[in-house]
Write a protein that binds this ligand. Structure first.
Ligand SMILES: [Zn+2]
Length: 144
């Protein structure tokens, strides 16, 4: 079955009904495998509570997820994957197919030399770096 066909058949959140798939768990989150992997050792860390955005995680949930991401990373290293990506899709246009927050741990994936539009990445000019740095610093001050 193709992943997009699987998604069409879903009637309820699969991550809220994953008791049999909780390979490692703690009070607030669990580690499992993905049914539609980018790689055979593609792992997921998922909060037990149905949350769409990582902005809505409690401090305890964030800590629980972090602990399981580290366990997942150690599992991948034991599987001889010294390189992997940790990915979280956030926001309405992020291509997140299941609307329950989840952290991907994907071995051997390369985001590569293209940007999010498939265009070869370029190095920013000093003026561009100065402009984006000022913007980030300004925004960070408003968050504190
Ligand atoms: Zn859910």
């Amino acid at each position: 079955m193709l992943y997009h066909d699987y998604l069409k058949k879903l009637k309820a959140c699969p991550f809220c009904r994953a008791n049999k798939r909780m390979l490692v768990s703690n009070k607030h989150a669990y580690l499992t495998y993905t049914k539609a992997p980018y790689h055979p050792h593609h792992l997921l860390v998922i909060p037990k509570r149905h949350i769409v955005s990582f902005f809505n995680l409690s401090a305890q949930e964030t800590e629980a997820i972090d602990a399981l991401v580290k366990i997942g990373a150690q599992i991948l290293k034991k599987l001889k994957h010294d390189s992997f990506s940790i990915l979280v899709r956030e926001g309405p246009d992020s291509d997140k197919s299941i609307k329950h927050l989840h952290y991907h741990l994907i071995p051997d994936i390369r985001i590569g030399d293209v940007d999010s539009h498939g265009i070869p990445r370029k190095i920013l000019s000093p003026a561009e770096i100065k402009k984006i740095s000022a913007k980030i610093i300004s925004l960070a001050k408003k968050i504190k």
